[in-house]
Design a protein around this ligand. Structure first.
Ligand code: MG
Length: 166
């Protein structure tokens, strides 16, 4: 078993679509970023690579590389999963906390879980997505951006196959 923790934050930028966990969220500004700004997926990718001691998102998808300009972060997550599986690991579970004043996450949480499940090839019952406000504190509380924390547990993939949760 190996635990990983990922964190990411992005500020809002008007005129861009908001994508969280691969899901387009309507009626809200998007996030400033080199890629599509999917702050949720970025935190998940860092948690995955962290758990496997395989570096971080920046080392695998450098923002100096034009290839990742406005890139679909779901493709980056697919690539990260390929690396994790290639290293002999499977995801036991993933727990994500999104901190922001807007949008309200709860109406989209199950949609995001489904999308992550599809993209990662991990059972829905292994994926949790939760939303929190920052109770108006600090810049996140002032609505300047979105912060995401992600924790992931990996196990050697041989054991994964026998699990009832798969
Ligand atoms: Mg990011």
């Amino acid at each position: 078993m190996r635990i990983g923790f990922g964190y990411d934050s992005h500020v809002f930028e008007s005129g861009r679509p908001l994508v969280l966990g691969g899901v387009l969220i309507p009626d809200c500004d998007g996030l400033k970023a080199h890629s599509d700004g999917d702050v949720l997926i970025h935190a998940v990718i860092d948690a995955l690579y962290g758990a496997a001691a395989m570096g971080d998102i920046g080392s695998h998808f450098p923002d100096t590389d034009g290839k990742w300009k406005d890139a679909d972060s779901a493709l980056m997550l697919k690539s990260a999963m390929y690396d994790i599986r290639g290293a002999g690991y499977a995801v036991e579970n993933l727990d994500v906390t999104v901190v922001c004043e807007r949008p309200r996450l709860r109406p989209f949480a199950d949609l995001i879980r489904s999308r992550l499940s599809d993209v990662m090839g991990v059972g829905l019952g292994r994926i949790s997505v939760k939303g929190k406000s920052n109770e108006k504190m600090d810049d996140v509380g002032a609505g300047k951006g979105i912060v995401v924390h992600a924790a992931v547990l990996l196990k050697e993939s041989g054991a994964q196959k026998s699990s009832a949760l798969a």
